[in-house]
Design a protein around this ligand. Structure first.
Ligand SMILES: C[S@@+](CC[C@H](N)C(=O)[O-])C[C@H]1O[C@@H](n2cnc3c(N)ncnc32)[C@H](O)[C@@H]1O
Length: 368
């Protein structure tokens, strides 16, 4: 049963979301965690077996819901340092934790510039997700260059953990592959054990009340040697049933290569047969066409001059098929400049090597 404290933190969160403009949310990346996700995040941490208070850190603490969930997880046997840049949210955090009797210190500062200790038992974070410029002066203090604020915050979190300490982070999935995050992955794998992932089936679900379209995951790590198995749980949405599996770390992470991380091992049937996009001479560009924002130029029926719009449903074991009747518009009008820029080359011929997942692309190939 959810505690009164967590429900109070949830009320504070929803009231704050309601009183925050879209611009403010975007400026600070204030996508506050729903209580169900906060509960799941803290359930991924192990018990406190000692008599002492746990020293905890909440980086980008917002209104404090993750700190409240931590206090609940450890029967209030915690002291939480909450670091929050926005002074309005820092005072809401302070008032909320005072009201709930949770021992804490509120640090109203930029987490990337503030001095942060390195003896925390537990670190929790739902950091800001925002590109970080290469010439951002705060890069200099990071161990490796960070393409995004969230990976910079994760590095801070890892540095803040004491040996054996644990951290759960609510982050996008983009760190798991690609060159941009490779240095970060290498740095992280040298320092922590990847203990568990929780993956959501829907991209819109977790932060639905703040309209975030983001593939989000929960990542649990500990400052320890890498454990043999990684626990991977999955649910369609934030309240749904979970499926749980355990896989050897070595089956999920390309240790000899670029440290790409998978959420499940490669199917034995495709092992050795699957080439990377790079090996195929390709590069990926995702999210070219956001279909629900382009409804005015989409069409279910072919008309002269339209281009094919291709989804994962156009690819099956039998090959490439277009159009298909799957409830998705199969054609796009690219006569306007904006849509012309979204056109890409011949996707259909690449069906055997490219998994489009849930994305859609407009193809510039002439209609046969
Ligand atoms: C995604 S929200 C999460 C808030 C809260 N932890 C939660 O889970 O509801 C990220 C928070 O980080 C704060 N933030 C953004 N940039 C920051 C920075 N450089 N230093 C500290 N906090 C920052 C934002 O104001 C926001 O409250």
């Amino acid at each position: 049963m959810t505690s009164a404290a967590l429900l109070s933190a949830e009320d504070t969160r929803t009231a704050t979301v309601a009183s925050t403009t879209v611009d403010m949310r975007e400026d600070y990346s204030q996508y506050l965690t729903p209580y169900q996700t906060a509960l799941l995040a803290t359930s991924m941490m192990s018990d406190n077996i000692g008599p002492d208070h746990f020293k905890c850190l909440d980086l980008g603490a917002g209104t404090g819901i993750l700190s409240v969930a931590l206090a609940e997880r450890y029967d209030n046997n915690v002291f939480v340092d909450g670091v929050e840049l926005d002074s309005r949210l820092a005072s809401i955090f302070d008032a909320e934790l005072n009201r709930l009797g949770i021992a804490h210190k509120t640090i109203n500062a930029d987490a990337l510039s503030a001095p942060i200790e390195s003896d925390y038992d537990r670190v929790i974070l739902n950091p800001p997700y925002k590109k970080m410029a290469a010439d951002d002066p705060r890069q200099a203090a990071l161990p490796v260059r960070s393409p995004n604020l969230y990976s910079a915050f994760l590095m801070l979190a890892i540095k803040a953990l004491k040996p054996g300490g644990q951290c759960v982070a609510i982050v996008p999935r983009s760190w798991m592959n690609g060159q941009y995050f490779q240095a970060f992955r290498e740095w992280m794998f040298d320092r922590v054990s990847i203990d568990a992932f929780h993956i959501y089936g829907s991209r819109t679900e977790v932060f639905s009340d703040t309209d975030v379209l983001q593939e989000t995951m929960l990542l649990a790590i500990s400052k320890d040697r890498q454990k043999v198995e990684v626990r991977v749980s999955e649910s369609q949405d934030k309240t749904g049933e979970q499926t749980v599996n355990s896989y050897p770390f070595s089956c999920l992470v390309d240790e000899a290569g670029d440290k790409t991380v998978r959420v499940r091992p490669v199917e034995p049937a495709v092992l050795g047969k699957l080439k990377t996009l790079k090996e195929e001479g390709l590069c990926a560009s995702t999210g070219k066409v956001v279909d629900f924002r382009s409804r005015n130029v989409l069409s279910f029926d072919f008309k002269e001059g339209l281009h094919r719009l291709i989804y994962s449903c156009n690819f099956s074991d039998d090959g490439f098929k277009h159009p298909v009747k799957e409830g998705k518009a199969q054609w796009i009008d690219c006569s306007a400049e904006k849509q012309r820029k979204q056109l890409i080359g011949q996707v259909a011929s690449l069906w055997s090597s490219v998994s489009l997942q849930k994305r859609s692309v407009a193809e510039s190939r002439p209609i046969p």
